[in-house]
Design a protein around this ligand. Structure first.
Ligand code: ZN
Length: 99
């Protein structure tokens, strides 16, 4: 999955995603289709963990057909797991479903 170069920091911990880091991508599906968000970064507020995570809305139709609307770039397995768990916990508020 290609992540746009603008996603230069981890969506969970905020550390820089340098060349030496393997970027792990958390994929999610939106509960409702939001075509106006295609191709843009959108912040999602996590009320329970008081964090804001920024996801990128994909424009690729092939990704959408696989149920992937939004991707979050993270720096490590730990951040990817934490982000995934947090999104799952607040899925109803966020309108996101982890793919
Ligand atoms: Zn991180």
């Amino acid at each position: 999955m290609e992540v746009r170069p603008e996603a230069s920091v981890c969506a969970w911990c905020g550390s820089e995603l340098g060349q030496r880091h393997t970027t792990l991508v958390v994929k999610a599906q939106t509960a409702m289709s939001v075509p106006e968000c295609d191709g843009v970064f959108v912040p999602f507020e996590l009320t329970k963990s008081s964090r804001t995570i920024t996801g990128f809305f994909l424009t690729s139709n092939s990704a959408k057909r696989q149920g992937i609307d939004v991707v979050f770039a993270t720096c490590s397995q730990r951040c990817a797991s934490a982000l995934r768990a947090a999104v799952q916990e607040e899925a109803d508020n966020l309108g996101l479903i982890i793919s």
